[in-house]
Design a protein around this ligand. Structure first.
Ligand code: A2P
Length: 297
């Protein structure tokens, strides 16, 4: 099973990362240390998760060399205005205690005004001014690669219709057994954009149900793997980076032990995942009071 994917920059991104969304305060640092100890070299975080300082302290305590670990962060919605991008990035860098990020993503395709009221329609419809700032951050050496998160195909087409200097290298999306997004995966591959799977075991409330899917249990038993390992391996085999979150050291370790599934097992799982109606859990459009659905085509 591939341990890395190669981005257009030539950088090699480790295929399995520790995700730290909803990783609880005072637990996330221990999880990061446990992850580094069992071989993870990729931590996926974001400004909004509120735990970059603890992640940074764990990296420092571990003493891992900066160039041996892949660090991703994300620009929050309130900072899409071009003048806000660099100060926000600087804040993430300071909290993490590093001089550069390996990957910086636009977290959502929605540009909030800072007062939390409504959103900037123009910048939301075309985030090119935000993107140009990210390109500048690449030029300055503050980030090595840039990408997006929670973008659908029309939004990516829209962004890439601008005269970009640097194309989005990745798109991080909800991707799991219940929402496998085969069309997005296919289109992304054809267009040289790597998908990254958040909530890869299903969103927190779905995890139990996912681990009990008969096909997954069957494959796990046959391969001598746990159901979680089967699913995480399936993601990598589909060609996406996978970001399992856990703050439990035993699970952190379990989730890193991936292996290629035999083709027939992979096909069986792919078929099971894609033969029910897709179910997306993460969609904040309503709770943000948007008058559109962020994922609508
Ligand atoms: P925990 O951190 O308590 O281990 P998300 O949607 O944020 O990716 O959520 C993933 C959920 O799955 C978390 O609640 C995490 O809980 C749980 N989890 C992660 N790895 C495993 C595993 N190997 N077995 C069971 N649950 C897991």
């Amino acid at each position: 099973l591939t341990t890395h994917f190669t981005l257009p920059s030539g950088d090699k991104i480790p295929s399995v990362a520790l995700g730290v969304w909803r990783a609880e305060k005072n637990l996330v640092g221990t999880a990061v240390k446990a992850a580094l100890n069992v071989g993870y070299r990729h931590i996926d975080g974001a400004w909004i998760y509120g735990n970059e300082h603890e992640v940074g302290n764990a990296l420092k305590a571990n003493g891992i060399a900066r160039d041996k670990v892949w660090l991703t962060s994300k620009l929050w919605n309130t900072f899409h205005a071009p003048e806000d991008v660099e100060p926000t990035l600087d804040e993430s860098l300071a909290r993490l205690g590093v001089e550069y990020l390996d990957l910086y993503l636009i977290h959502w395709p929605v540009a909030f005004y800072k007062d939390g009221k409504k959103y900037d329609r123009e910048l939301t419809a075309n985030p090119y001014p935000t993107w140009q700032k990210l390109e500048e951050m690449v030029e300055k050496g503050k980030v090595r690669n840039i990408g997006v998160s929670n973008f659908n195909i029309p939004r990516l087409k829209n962004l890439t219709a601008n005269p970009l200097k640097v194309k989005p290298a990745v798109n991080q999306v909800e991707l799991n057994f219940w929402n496998p997004q085969p069309e997005l995966l296919k289109w992304s591959k054809e267009n040289g954009i790597l998908l990254e799977a958040y909530s890869p075991l299903g969103s927190a409330e779905q995890v139990k149900k996912t681990l009990a899917v008969p096909e997954i249990k069957e494959i796990a038993a046959a391969q001598g793997m746990t159901p979680a390992q089967v699913i995480i391996s399936w993601h990598v085999q589909r060609g996406s980076v996978v970001l399992p979150k856990s703050v439990h050291c035993d699970r952190v370790k379990e989730n890193f032990q991936v292996a290629a599934l035999p083709q027939d097992a992979f096909d069986k799982l792919e078929k099971a995942a894609t033969s029910h109606a897709p179910q997306r859990v993460v969609n904040p459009s309503k709770s943000w009071g948007l008058d559109f659905d962020v994922f609508d085509d």
